[in-house]
Design a protein around this ligand. Structure first.
Ligand SMILES: NC(=O)c1ccc[n+]([C@@H]2O[C@H](COP(=O)([O-])OP(=O)(O)OC[C@H]3O[C@@H](n4cnc5c(N)ncnc54)[C@H](OP(=O)(O)O)[C@@H]3O)[C@@H](O)[C@H]2O)c1
Length: 305
């Protein structure tokens, strides 16, 4: 089988595709023929050595976190009915492999027949983080929530989940993505590339912020304009809000098995929709990671196997 490994911290130049023997089936194995993995900031930030403090890794390592594929075989202790079924999951040891030997039962989810596998894959490292943040702020119909990074793999789900919770959404995006984030339900779209403070003073006042960008200067601008704000950031571990009635928390954690089932059901019933920007063959991993790092996001990029 083939896998993508990171060999150093030089960025995409340190990525290599290698061929290795398949690992053996254990009683806890579910062997999956990989079809897609999401391209996450987690991957390219690690490649450039930018996550060393929160994610220390030993190299070489297999890249990738989430996956979607078709179950090829199962170990004695796993549900044999899964064979032939479409699944998504998390592979903490790296998911960029043509065949994944998934050994952790709580991290594998069967995809309902109504949901396309590539759509389901975008839940991992996207909708899951968004749902966790939306639950953490206890979003409801009295809230006006400002979302940064609204056009990204997480932000596109943040908008949709906040709208389902009844909140009013102010989305920050680049001007090319105005119509795109509006189509996802954003009530107000502001251009983060223009004078943001001036735009903020002219629009409805938010009481909560979900930050999916991680630039302190952006939060600095936002907190200067308002007096009272609850901020949850998916990207910054620390930020000191300047005013007494402003709070900050780093949003991270799991939505649990029930959270993934909830998201799959929302996709199945069309209440949320996956936004897929581009699908690259896995051999083009360097191209995909450069595009994710340098380009403007419109949902999630995937690698196909
Ligand atoms: N804590 C957790 O559990 C968790 C889980 C998943 C992800 N995350 C984090 O969440 C963040 C978003 O992830 P993602 O997958 O959605 O990333 P993504 O798909 O790359 O999207 C990033 C978004 O940030 C925007 N952006 C980039 N530079 C900006 C700037 N200077 N000012 C304003 N907006 C800017 C992008 O807009 P443009 O397209 O206009 O550039 C895009 O909408 C990342 O920091 C990621 O590490 C955290």
């Amino acid at each position: 089988m083939q896998q993508i490994i990171q060999t150093d911290f030089s960025g995409v130049d340190g990525l290599q595709i290698e061929t290795i023997a398949e690992s053996h089936l254990t009683p806890l194995s579910v062997k999956v023929n990989t079809k897609y993995i999401p391209v996450l900031p987690y991957d390219w930030l690690t490649e450039y050595g930018l996550l060393k403090t929160i994610r220390p890794v030993k190299l070489p390592m297999v890249i990738g976190y989430g996956f979607g594929g078709i179950v090829e075989s199962t170990g004695l202790l796993r549900d044999h009915q899964l064979v032939g079924k479409a699944v998504i999951g998390v592979q903490p040891t790296g998911s960029a492999q043509t065949v994944i030997n998934a050994q952790l039962p709580p991290l594998l989810f069967e995809v309902p027949p109504k949901v396309a596998l590539k759509d389901a894959v975008t839940l991992i490292g996207g909708a899951d983080a968004a749902l966790h943040a939306v639950n953490s702020i206890k979003a409801n119909s009295t809230d006006v929530v400002l979302v940064t990074g609204a056009s990204g793999g997480v932000g596109t789900y943040l908008i949709q989940l906040l709208k389902l919770a009844g909140a009013t959404v102010i989305a920050l995006a680049n001007p090319d993505n105005r119509v795109f984030v509006q189509s996802l339900g954003a009530d107000v779209v502001l251009n983060y590339q223009a004078d943001l403070a001036a735009q903020l003073t002219r629009t409805v006042v938010p009481n909560k912020v979900i930050d999916a960008v991680g630039r302190p200067e952006l939060l600095q601008t936002i907190t200067t304009v308002y007096e009272q704000l609850t901020i949850f950031s998916l990207s910054l571990t620390n930020f000191n809000p300047p005013k007494p009635n402003q709070s900050f928390k780093f949003s991270h954690g799991s939505i649990g098995i029930s959270g993934y089932h909830q998201l799959l059901a929302l996709l199945a019933t069309g209440q949320i929709q996956a936004q897929i920007q581009t699908v690259y063959p896995f051999e083009d991993v360097k191209k995909a990671h450069l595009a994710a790092k340098n380009g403007h996001a419109r949902g999630r990029m995937l690698l196909a196997f």
